[in-house]
Design a protein around this ligand. Structure first.
Ligand code: NDP
Length: 336
């Protein structure tokens, strides 16, 4: 089959494209400019004409994907801005929501061959950041939308991002529920937490990493958080390679159709990453040595039983992920 991947040059998308190609799919990737296509052509050269790249300059335009959806069997929509320094909420919300609906509109009108559309949402669309607990697919992050509605540009950067992901995912489900009687495809949404792991996409310098890897690099390699933050702050995570595999599996498993699926390897505090990294190398800062992993209360976690049941997904461990990151950073000259 042939799969359309939007935002193919992104951190997650590059691994997804690689997994698809390795598992025998053909891929049509969209990028915003010719310049961004060059690196993909280079990396995936061994796959020859199994990879096709097309330019979609503005994903928010209605009809933006009209040509791109033609003749593909499935669509994986990953393109969406991920940063926390937006001033106007719409810097994030407009491309997140309209990018998603324009893919769906194009599929509605020109996607006669499409069987499944996968949207990369986020745990940001699931959690309530003000009241961390165990969340499941039944939960929706209403609180970040409320914060952005109430405070506009004064809302925090992370609230703007979380609102953009929640509103985009909601728009996808609304569109699907409106049209599902008349389309030949179904919708699957994947909700990952923080994504870490080695880097395939083009990054000129560590300061230019995508948001999740920038945070990891800054915190663990550079020692960029104070001790209190290292042992109190955290989230949940998944290795980028496992997330790519999840995106491929949802194409192969019929039962995934119509499902919202959380994929997460588990919770962490940043000091857990520091400790796990220092068990491999002493070449990173020690962080908060008073931290006791046995007594820590993570608070935030996700029920991943649906991903286990439907996708049979297993997760790489912290040390596996760290080894791959360190090796990658070494090759890139970013560490040691
Ligand atoms: P990247 O920043 O590496 O990739 C983002 C991709 O989206 C790039 O291809 C980028 O294109 C594209 N994009 C961003 N803004 C726009 C825009 N306004 N118009 C068109 N394309 C745009 O991030 P990730 O790979 O980490 O993120 C990919 C997806 O995964 C996103 O939907 C993100 O929300 C989601 N996600 C990420 C998590 C993480 O921890 N990394 C966690 C949970 C979800 P360009 O290079 O041209 O800017």
């Amino acid at each position: 089959g042939k799969v359309l991947v939007t935002g193919a040059n992104g951190y997650i998308a590059m691994w997804l494209v690689q997994s698809l190609l390795e598992q025998g799919f053909s891929v049509r990737g969209t990028v915003r400019s010719e310049q961004k296509a060059a690196h993909l052509r280079d990396v995936f050269k061994p796959f020859g004409d199994k990879l096709e790249l097309v330019i979609v300059e503005d994903i928010t335009k209605e009809g933006a994907f009209d040509e791109a959806v033609k003749g593909v069997d499935a669509i994986e929509h990953t393109a969406s801005p991920f940063h926390t320094n937006a001033v106007e909420p719409d810097e994030l919300i407009a491309p997140a929501v309209k990018g998603t609906t324009s893919v769906l509109y194009s599929a509605l009108r020109h996607g006669a061959s499409v069987k499944r559309i996968v949207v990369t949402s986020s745990c940001a669309a699931v959690l309530d950041p003000s009241a961390p607990r165990l969340f499941s697919e039944a939960d929706w992050n209403e609180s970040s939308i409320a914060e952005v509605r109430a405070q506009g540009r004064d809302a925090t950067g992370i609230a703007k991002y979380r609102a953009s992901k929640t509103l985009a995912e909601r728009a996808a489900w609304e569109f699907y529920n409106t049209h599902k009687g008349s389309v030949g495809w179904d919708l699957v949404v994947l909700n990952p937490p923080f994504v870490f792991g080695p880097v395939l996409h083009l990054v000129e310098a560590p300061e230019k990493l995508n948001s999740s890897m920038l945070e990891w690099f800054h915190t663990v390699i550079k020692g960029g958080k104070d001790k209190a933050a290292l042992s109190s702050l955290g989230s949940c995570w998944i290795d980028v390679r496992d997330l790519a595999e999840a995106h491929v599996r949802v194409l192969k498993v019929p039962e995934a159709g119509g499902e919202r699926i959380i994929v997460s390897a588990g919770p962490f505090k940043w000091q857990d990453w520091v400790i796990a990294t220092r068990s491999i190398t002493s070449d990173v800062p020690a962080g908060d040595e008073s931290y006791d992993p046995k007594t820590v209360n993570y608070g935030l976690d996700y029920d991943t039983s649906k991903a286990g049941r439907i996708l049979g997904l297993e997760y790489r461990s912290m040390p596996e992920s760290i080894r791959a990151m360190l090796e990658d950073f070494k090759i890139k000259g970013w560490w040691k």
